[in-house]
Design a protein around this ligand. Sequence first.
Ligand SMILES: Nc1nc2c(ncn2[C@@H]2O[C@H](COP(=O)(O)OP(=O)(O)OP(=O)(O)O)[C@@H](O)[C@H]2O)c(=O)[nH]1
Ligand SMILES: [Mg+2]
Length: 253
Amino acid sequence: MRFIYFVGTAGSGKSSLIYAFKEWLTLQGLDSVTINLDPGVENMPYEADVDIRDWVRVSDVMEEYGLGPNGAQIVAADLMAVNAKDLAESIEKFRTNYVLVDTPGQIELFAFRQSSEVIMDELGKEDACLIFLADPNLCRSPSGFVSSVMLAATVHFRFSVPFFTVLSKSDTLKEEDLDRIIGWSESSDALNGAISETIDSRSLLSAELFKALESIGAYKTLVPASAMEPSGMEDIYNAIQQFFEGGEDLAND
Ligand SMILES: Nc1nc2c(ncn2[C@@H]2O[C@H](COP(=O)(O)OP(=O)(O)OP(=O)(O)O)[C@@H](O)[C@H]2O)c(=O)[nH]1
Ligand SMILES: [Mg+2]
């Protein structure tokens, strides 16, 4: 089993992309299983095969501990670790190649609480990769783009599993904007040029930070995808295959 974690800021399109990617895999004749790791989610665009809410629910935690929504989110995130073994056992019952893992909207709950590490270890880190979703709204400006790369680097630093970045909701971008953003991800000169065009102290800071991100390997080509169209699914699949099989295709086994 290969675990693919979809991580990104609130509303970046994680759940929609999981749904679209699962549909695409099914069309290719590839089986997959979905897991929801967000104990606070109310509505999902698909029904997860394994759902953390069967063990922990933010609404229950609010009631039981007398907490508000934010405090309850944190307690719920920590309680997930207690159930990591049970979660792993119910996933093991499925015979499948790909496990698509949906993570909480509040990225800090996944990235900064220890329970996600416990869960990842329990499920098997050696068979895991992470897809970071870059929100097109943030990536429109050079400084926003650099911020997004920094966030991806932070997540990567926390989990140290292979990762790549998807530019989600690519259908919401005009073609020229999409080309420009992808261009920044392909060429540090293009990004540096765009940064230096906006001469203020913030952009100078971005340039320095960006150099550091480049040297630690967090800066890489974005894979554009749209869950709505859908598009980019094959590119996502190929990137995943690169990690797990060195490019070899499971569909041809
Ligand atoms: N146009 C467009 N809208 C999208 C796409 N993917 C998601 N959306 C919309 O973006 C919003 C958020 O999508 P979700 O899939 O719920 O995002 P999420 O990251 O799972 O959100 P949280 O779990 O709440 O953080 C919804 O209104 C979706 O309809 C896409 O590819 N194109
Ligand atoms: Mg979601």
